[in-house]
Design a protein around this ligand. Structure first.
Ligand code: FEO
Ligand code: CA
Ligand code: CA
Ligand code: CA
Length: 614
């Protein structure tokens, strides 16, 4: 069969057309359910959600706001995870769902919210609505739906006030000390948890992303070095939008100058131990962490690829120095939880192979027919040793962006989620967009970021030399240059463009069991809603991109997970439209007219019970 025949295995469904429907639109022959909504009680003692009687105590036991990253882990009977979950028995048909709760949108949460005068209770509800949820979910015997198992002993909420342990080479640094924590090793809370990853040792990683928005009064900092460091991390204004600094002085940098240094890390949570203290791993550097999906080297060491989601920021990898253990004893578990504390942090520098004059910023392919080239991983620090002139190792970890600046790393178009293909080892990096590319005083287009004023983004495919994640050299090419396929400045791995779905602003990426790449979008600039897409990364259908679903008004599609029989997405910030509020909602999802809009997790399956896309 030729290029116009049957789609790749795993992608055989009727593509959903671009649309602006206020619902989750799925392919024909499929069905869906809302797995869990913001506010549903998951812990013992938590009350049912009451939009008109929200309290911080209730929210601390309920599913948080704005679900982003999702992970599903086996509950007993799983294999390959060595998780040592000893508390219960094998629970057939159940899995452990972990969700990030990136941020709160108070005007969509509280009736009559006054942005100039938030109440302490509202701030405390928002603290409790941030963080992560661990909730056991149960599969239906009848169809593909999932439902939460409230009060399961593994269920847990991590919030903006949960105790974390700081680990790795910068733990205890002067740069991390505050009046509440003179040790520099104990942080209360995690913030802006965007995407993440699931480790081969059965834990989850979560990226603290846009943490600048929580810290007030950067503009009042007088020490020039401290002010410059804060500014490089986006902290240079006055009052914050949520005004938490009125209720806790740690959010005011004139009161607690180093508190911002304690956010912007990759955190690790052991969902199988509800009493464990989650960790912040300093060895992975501090920046706007989008995600962190580890893979193992041939000798069993984890390697983590990481994007810093900011226009003109960098792409990183961390190579651990110790091997994962496969046992499930307590000491094996402890060993694995410390794997990301020892190793080398690198930043990427990419070089195109086409003459610079052929990269004119329009997105027109150069004469060799591809945006491609080579790259090097520049080491920044190994343990206590800095590889960056003029910076100590602690400074490299805490001010990683400044280290990237010094070594001349490549300024990318918002590096977001990254996923290594479990089949081929190639690494896929979503570069969401960058409308500043090529503007006054900013970096112009280069071969890896080939469009000035880039509205739609691209996906970069990186191949480590000899396909070895330990390598310090790699090759790369742009796999997708997103946009309307009728726009000549788009590229779908060479697949005929009359056969693909339009796509804009790739954000999260995941692989299905067949080796296809799935891409969710945030900020579609083509006029239709965000959605989820699948694309083959090899074989004769390579580049045939197909849309699987679209999300409601104002929403972003997050956390895609593609299992054999089920697709899971997090519908984040539905109804988030300028001027919208609880009183004037822009969306009626998921519960219809007159009901408050609630970010929720959705499962999709085939009505005939067969695997997705086969
Ligand atoms: Fe929270 Fe870069 O998305
Ligand atoms: Ca080229
Ligand atoms: Ca994201
Ligand atoms: Ca991912």
């Amino acid at each position: 069969r030729g290029k116009h025949g049957k789609a790749a295995r795993g992608l055989r469904f009727d593509a959903v057309a671009p649309n602006t429907a206020d619902r989750v639109t799925i392919p024909s022959g499929h069905d869906q359910n809302v797995v869990i909504r913001w506010g549903e009680p998951i812990l013992r003692g938590a009350p049912r959600f009451d939009e008109n009687n929200q309290t911080a105590a209730a929210q601390a036991g309920q599913f948080g706001y704005n679900n982003d990253f999702l992970s599903l882990l086996p509950l007993g009977g799983g294999h390959g995870h060595g998780h040592g979950y000893r508390h219960g028995h094998h629970e057939p048909g159940r899995q452990v769902l972990v969700a990030n709760h990136e941020y709160t949108d108070e005007v969509l949460m509280f009736r009559g919210y006054d942005p100039d005068n938030p109440t302490r209770e509202q701030a405390e509800i928002a603290w409790a609505a941030h963080g992560l949820s661990v909730v056991v979910v149960e599969e239906s015997r009848r169809d593909g739906s999932l439902t939460p198992v409230a009060r399961h002993e593994l269920n847990r909420r991590i919030t903006a006030t949960t105790e974390f342990r700081v680990t790795g080479p910068a733990a205890g640094s002067e740069l991390l000390k505050t009046s509440a924590d003179p040790s520099g090793t104990k942080v209360f809370g995690t913030l802006n948890n965007c995407a993440g990853g699931t480790t081969p040792w059965g834990t989850i990683l979560s990226g603290e992303e846009n943490v600048d928005q929580y810290f007030a009064n950067g503009e009042k900092v007088t020490d020039p070095e401290h002010a410059a460091r804060l500014k490089r991390y986006g902290i240079s204004g006055g009052a914050t939008e949520r005004k938490w600094e009125r209720f806790d002085q740690r959010f005011d940098v004139t009161q607690e100058p180093y508190e911002p240094h304690r956010f912007g890390w990759v955190v690790e949570l052991d969902p199988y131990d509800p009493h464990s203290t989650p960790r912040k791993h300093t060895a992975l550097g501090r920046f706007k962490h989008e995600a962190a999906q580890p893979r193992l080297t041939h000798d069993g060491r984890p390697v983590v690829y990481m994007g810093d989601d900011e226009k003109f920021d960098y792409f990183y990898k961390f190579v651990a120095s110790k091997r994962m253990r496969h046992g499930s004893s307590r000491s094996d578990r402890e060993h694995n939880l410390a794997l990301l504390d020892h190793g080398t942090l690198y930043v990427a520098k990419l070089t195109g192979d086409s003459p610079a004059e052929e990269i004119d910023g329009s997105g027109t392919l150069p004469n060799d027919g591809e945006f491609d080239g080579s790259g090097v991983w520049i080491p920044l620090a190994t343990g206590d040793e800095s590889h960056v002139e003029g910076m100590t190792a602690e400074e490299v970890y805490v001010f990683t962006r400044l280290a990237g600046d010094k070594v001349g790393a490549t300024k990318m178009d918002r590096p977001e989620d990254v996923e290594p293909s479990p089949r081929t080892g190639k690494v896929y990096v979503a570069l969401t967009n960058n409308d500043g590319r090529g503007t006054e005083g900013k970096a112009p287009a280069d071969e890896a970021n080939p469009r000035n004023g880039n509205k739609h983004g691209q996906i970069l495919e990186l191949t480590e030399r000899h396909n070895d994640p330990l390598s310090e050299k790699f090759a790369w090419r742009l796999f997708l240059v997103a946009g309307d396929p009728e726009d000549p400045a788009t590229y779908f791995a060479g697949f005929p463009k009359d056969k693909v779905s339009p796509i804009s602003c790739p954000d999260n990426v995941a692989f299905d069991p067949h080796g296809n790449l799935w891409i969710s979008t945030d900020g579609n600039a083509l006029g239709s809603h965000d959605g989820l897409f699948g694309v083959a990364t090899r074989g004769e259908r390579e580049g045939e991109l197909k849309q699987f679903l679209t999300v409601p008004t104002g929403a972003e599609t997050c956390g895609p997970l593609v299992q054999d029989r089920r697709v899971l997405v997090a519908v984040q910030h539905p109804g988030e439209v300028d001027g919208a509020s609880v009183e004037k909602p822009a969306s009626q999802w998921p519960d219809g007219s007159g009901r408050i809009v609630r970010p929720s997790v959705v499962a999709v399956w085939r009505k005939d019970g067969r695997d997705i896309g086969v």
